[in-house]
Design a protein around this ligand. Structure first.
Ligand code: F6P
Length: 374
């Protein structure tokens, strides 16, 4: 049996996944004579042993394709919903499948959730290696993730287009972009598209400060504004409430207390879902300008990857195979400056990379007079 590597894609899809699969498969075959098999639909496919051989013909023509040719799913390997109402630890079954295929390594392409799952598999002896992908750019331990550049491009183009209509109608256009609980995508696309206000989770906002900025623009002869809001952005009051709920969850000692704290957080998150619409209404009331909301949603992660993401995914895929050949598993392949390094999964799992408040993008935004709502 030839030396074999397995691969799967998990979590939300992200532009560049197919470029990474292609790079792993081509490099493994050409450099080390290894073959590649792919598991369908993430960890679920690994558990069910649904796999496909990925030979040269399967890897041809996928470099510029969006999505993932393997399919993906969101699930937890140690608490998997298998339809009987009782989440189960399915790692033993996954381990059996890895052993049956005699995999030298299992490459897991994903973001924070996938990395946590991969570490759980490593704990039962599965030789995993991760590549960081997500449009959110929030994976700890790497300078950048693939998918982010494409999403910044898509969001920037969309906001550019909203500019001309906001200008023509003298309106406030509030644009919600993805990014989960971080502001990388909002900040980058907001600066690149010349937004007037950018609201991110790292900087809780005061709605009056946002309204003041819009009114100043109106007084100065620009009765329109573009407000870019990260989906995880919170007002100061909401951020305070959230911090209290989180603290309560941390302090909970009994199962009952933990469940109650979890329910409170879920209710809070549910209430936050319409926060962008509410912000637009509040700004309309305070400024007297008409407002409109655009939620960019999943369009940000669909379609063809940018050249920068294809390149990054390819570099990481090639480096990944070299690490496997050296026997380096239990790691994530990370970008550090100009180089690519293997970082222990224990160092990165369960952490999130937020935008540092002294980041050059924040500095540039402030220098340009873009309001951050604080
Ligand atoms: O993590 C990528 C991401 O697109 C986030 O930006 C967003 O919060 C989430 O996934 C959306 O998830 P779903 O695809 O399950 O709606």
């Amino acid at each position: 049996m030839p030396r074999t590597i397995g691969i799967l894609t998990a979590g939300g899809d992200s532009p560049g996944l197919n470029a990474a699969i292609r790079a792993v498969g081509k490099s493994a075959a050409r450099t080390y004579g290894m073959q590649l098999i792919g598991f369908r639909d993430g960890f679920r496919g690994l558990m069910e042993n649904r796999f496909v051989r990925l030979g040269p013909e399967d890897l041809a023509g996928i470099l510029d394709r969006g999505g993932t040719i393997l399919g993906t799913s969101r699930t937890r390997v140690h608490k998997m919903d298998i339809g009987n109402g009782k989440p189960m630890d399915m790692r033993p079954m996954m381990k059996r499948n890895v052993e049956e295929h005699q995999l030298e390594a299992l490459v897991c392409l994903g973001g924070g959730g996938t990395i946590k799952n991969a570490l759980r598999l490593a704990e039962v002896g599965i030789p995993v290696i991760c590549l960081p992908k997500t449009i959110d750019n929030d994976v700890y331990g790497t300078d950048v993730t693939f998918g982010y550049d494409t999403a910044v491009n898509i969001a920037t183009e969309a906001i550019d287009r909203l500019h001309s209509t906001a200008h023509s109608h003298h309106r406030i256009v509030v644009v919600e972009v993805m990014g989960h609980n971080t502001g990388w995508l909002a900040l980058a696309s907001g600066i690149a598209s010349g937004a007037d206000v950018i609201l991110i989770p790292e900087v809780p906002y005061d709605v009056d400060a946002v309204a003041d900025k819009i009114l100043q623009r109106k007084t100065a002869g620009s009765p329109f504004s573009i407000v870019v809001v990260a989906e995880g952005a919170m007002s100061r009051e909401a951020a305070e409430t959230f911090a209290k709920l989180e603290a309560r969850k941390q302090q909970a000692s009994t199962d009952e207390e933990k469940q109650a704290a979890k329910r409170e957080i879920e209710a809070f998150e549910q209430a936050q879902l319409r926060s962008t619409e509410r912000l637009a209404e509040e700004l309309e009331e305070r400024t007297g300008l008409e407002s409109r909301v655009t939620i960019l949603g999943h369009v940000q992660r669909g379609g063809t990857p940018s050249p920068a993401d294809r390149l990054l995914a390819t570099r990481l895929g090639v480096a990944c195979v070299d690490f496997i050949a050296e026997g380096r598993v239990g790691v994530m392949v990370a970008v550090r400056g100009e180089s690519v390094e293997a970082v222990d999964l224990k160092e990165v799992a369960g952490k999130r990379r937020m935008v540092p408040l002294d980041h050059p993008m924040i500095h540039s935004a402030r220098r340009l007079g873009i309001a951050l709502g604080d």
